[in-house]
Design a protein. Sequence first.
Length: 351
Amino acid sequence: MRILGIETSCDETSAAVVEETGNPAAPWAMRSNVVASQVAIHAEWGGVVPELASRQHLRDICAVVDRALIDAGSTWGDLGAIAVTQGPGLVGSLLVGVSFAKAAAAAANLPLVAVHHLAGHIESLVLQNGELPLPAVVLVVSGGHTSLYLVEHPGSYQLLSRTRDDAAGEAYDKVAKLLGLGYPGGPVLDRLARTGNDRAIALPTTRLTHADRNAPELKGDLDFSFSGLKTAVLRHMRGRAADTALTAGEIADIAASFQRVVVSALIERLFDAARRYGAKSVGVAGGVSANSRLRADLKERGERREIPTFLPSLALSTDNAAMIAAAGLRKLRAGHTASFELNADAALALG
Ligand code: KG4
Ligand code: ZN
């Protein structure tokens, strides 16, 4: 069975075809994965402009889906279902994908599957590596989320913790903006950090110990907080004696110091959770999982703790429809389809 996946939750219009392999250990095979990025459009404004994003999705969606079918050597006739991101995300952007998927499912007489965007990121790990040894602890770290999930059974997700304020990717984007490096900030800060001294400036690490009043069901001590970092970088910049612009060396040092603090907070909490819940594997997914230091530190820590670690390929780290298609197949197998009443949900919860 082949499924068409559609993803339009933020600023990439994506469509992909994924097929079941029949192999329980590596259940999904990617036939195509087309991503039309809107980065060039939003870079001009220093961040994603929701109104521009939804209009661009509308312009791109038909051609992106056509290309995904052609690349896969598929026609509408050989698809078994259509999966689409229902949320969370920008509501205008989500609505383009959801409306397209409903119309296509009705026209082609195919079942429709609604997918949670973060379930998609988690499934990118399985698409890339095959089924993870369970229970697994997975960190989903992107521009909108920094959340730890416990996966005890395939397709079940228990939220263990999340950020109290900014997401890690959002912190990258905000610090890059402060440093005048443009949007999106993650890839450029990552590149600059490689040439800097990661101990050059002292930035605070926030370790939360108390429960969150807004989420009493979570213990809270595995939560993240990144908003103080951005303020600390700003304070450092203002506190410089010199009245001149930052030199390239100073920017690299700030990038490296910032990256060290963010990555160690992510890795510490992830492995704390893995120990607490007796995880047999750990994974990191979402846009920030493309980060070079996070990838290297994850591998190194996993080897030291003798616990297998999993990452998506770089192409499957950032938003894409292949992960949505794979998560859609998992839901379809479990018997979950959506009706044509399906609506986008900007704040959809998982777990
Ligand atoms: O998952 P994603 O494509 O979209 C969301 O669902 O948010 O993640 C985008 C985020 C952005 O904040 C971007 O700056 C960050 O991922 N990102 C990175 C890197 N590549 C992308 N952050 C750090 N290092 C990177 N190499
Ligand atoms: Zn994402």
